[in-house]
Design a protein around this ligand. Structure first.
Ligand code: ADP
Ligand code: MG
Length: 264
């Protein structure tokens, strides 16, 4: 099982779109994939028609049960996405209270990692949509993932947010047991604008080793896909946007075809 987490503290940079589209492309290729919504806003859950205010079980249940010494089977949290081969672990808005309620409790940093391990035989790929804040959820995502993807919108101010994100990453990595490799993904690229081309040049110069060589173009079909509650690869597999994400997927599969390391 390969686990990828999509993170950036900035909103509107294409995190949820990246998670949905990569997972949709995996499913189209006949891979079994799981999407995990770790954002208390629940946009990924809402994308597939689930209301993060009223779900009986969400990943919040995993943390809550753990905190009272019970173990909830992670299967209980799985939901259908309506797409063959693709399932969802939804978020609930209660996740926003996690840091305050349970953040300090022992063992809370590894809940997600343990739950995903129990699903090891069920899924070949897991894609996590991360929260925009650094806290116990982000710590869980980092502990559970093999690689972090950092979408960055190609515009003039992108660099500042990215610096903050890379700084945060370094802080966490220093504190965590394993370093997590990351890939920066330029998103919402509009080649007609000077701002987009300049910002890509700046990124290439600043992050020559960690920047993915491709770009995700602006493609309005992403909005259409989210209105229909389906990943774009399911409705328009040869659209510009999907072809770009397919390139990213192939890059990631090449990077990560070594088996997941067992934890000591
Ligand atoms: P985040 O999860 O980082 O907040 P989203 O993935 O929700 O960002 O994207 C924000 C908005 O931009 C959404 O309305 C989404 O449909 C749109 N969007 C994302 N990527 C693209 C793209 N490549 N082209 C056009 N629209 C996009
Ligand atoms: Mg989002």
């Amino acid at each position: 099982m390969q686990v990828w987490a999509v993170a950036n503290q900035k909103g509107g940079v294409g995190k949820t779109t990246t998670a949905v589209t990569l997972a949709g492309s995996l499913a189209r290729r006949g891979k079994s994939a799981l999407l995990v919504d770790m954002d208390p806003h629940g946009s990924l859950s809402a994308y597939f028609g689930y209301d993060p205010d009223t779900l009986e079980h969400s990943i919040y249940s995993l943390f809550q049960q753990e905190s009272i010494g019970h173990e909830l089977e992670p299967e209980a949290v799985l939901r259908s996405t309506g797409v063959d081969g693709l399932q969802l672990m939804p978020a609930s808005t209660a996740l926003a209270t996690l840091d305050r309620q349970l953040g300090a409790q022992e063992g809370m940093g590894l809940v997600m990692n343990r739950s995903l391990r129990q699903l090891e035989g069920m899924f070949e790929y897991v894609v996590i949509d991360c929260p925009p804040v650094l806290g116990v959820l982000m710590v869980n995502a980092l502990a559970a993932c093999d690689r972090l993807l950092v979408p960055v919108q190609t515009e003039y101010l992108a660099r500042k947010g990215l610096e903050r994100m890379v700084h945060t990453l370094e802080l966490i990595q220093r504190a965590s047991r394993k370093p997590v490799p990351y890939t920066i993904v330029p998103t919402l690229f509009d080649r007609r604008t000077r701002a987009a081309r300049d910002s890509l040049d700046v990124l290439r110069e600043a992050y020559p080793d960690t920047l993915w060589e491709g770009v995700i173009p602006v493609d309005n079909r992403f909005r259409e896909a989210s209105k229909r509650g389906l990943p774009l690869p399911t409705i328009a597999p040869s659209s510009r946007g999907v072809r770009a994400y397919d390139g990213l997927l192939e890059f990631l599969m090449r990077q990560d075809d070594t088996p997941r390391q067992e934890e000591k």
